[in-house]
Design a protein around this ligand. Structure first.
Ligand code: B16
Ligand code: MG
Length: 219
């Protein structure tokens, strides 16, 4: 059996993408920049500062902002986001995830979180899922974001588990790439074509069947 499951947060445990979108939209409007949901797809799995850079790139008048000004804007977005996140409850856990975590736990397999979100500990608290996770990687301490494997290898190193004994679960193509680059078994949640690089793909979180995943992992 595998020794650890390492989860992404946004799009796997809960869907924070819509809240990120609303927070960015609010900030963008204050700056006179227009963004829509289609554009927001690009921001999934991308760090806060990289997301801001992509938004500012839409308007030529924001190309020479000082680092402090950008910090200020990123902080402002996060204030909007935290405000919106107050509404998050266990009802926002994606379907099937609670049972899946329970099954992993009862099989005595470790669970860790590899999310690019600095808000991840707060979100897990509000979802009342913190107790399942032995370790939450602090993205502020990483040199490279996904698709670099660092966030996944950091989790495995903390747990003292071989990478080949880990299963990573991701909804973003860059996340699947990161898991593969870490030589772990990758489970993609979402579109088969987008996540074609994954060792196994399920359409949505209800497809996360513990036995099927273990069987595929062993092959
Ligand atoms: P924060 P994940 C990512 O979460 C989100 O998909 C991405 O949109 C967001 O910008 C990033 O976290 C950073 O979030 O501003 O809270 O630090 O998919 O890696 O769980
Ligand atoms: Mg994600």
């Amino acid at each position: 059996n595998p020794k650890a499951f390492i989860f992404d947060l946004d799009g796997v445990i809960t869907d924070t993408a819509e809240f990120h979108y609303q927070a960015w939209k609010q900030l963008a409007e204050e700056l006179g920049i227009h963004i829509d949901r289609e554009f927001n797809e690009q921001l999934k799995g991308i760090s806060r500062m990289d997301s801001l850079d992509r938004i500012l790139a839409l308007d030529s008048s924001y190309q020479s902002l000082a680092a402090e000004e950008k910090e200020g804007l990123a902080t402002k977005k996060n204030e909007h986001y935290k405000q919106l996140m107050q509404a998050i409850t266990p009802e926002h856990i994606l379907p099937g995830i609670k049972d899946f975590l329970d099954t992993i736990k009862s099989n005595k397999i470790e669970i860790a979180l590899a999310s690019a979100s600095k808000n991840a500990p707060m979100i897990l608290e509000q979802l009342q899922l913190s107790d399942y996770f032995r370790y939450i990687v602090d993205p502020a301490k990483l040199s490279n974001g996904k698709p670099d494997p660092e966030i996944f290898t950091t989790a495995a190193d903390f747990l003292s588990v071989d990478y080949s004994e880990c299963i990573g679960v991701e909804d973003a193509a860059s996340g699947v790439q990161a898991i593969n680059a870490a030589s772990m078994f990758s489970v993609g949640v979402g579109d088969k074509e987008v996540l074609a690089a994954a060792d196994m793909v399920v359409e949505d979180t209800t497809g996360l069947d513990f036995n099927k995943i273990i069987e595929a992992f062993r092959q």
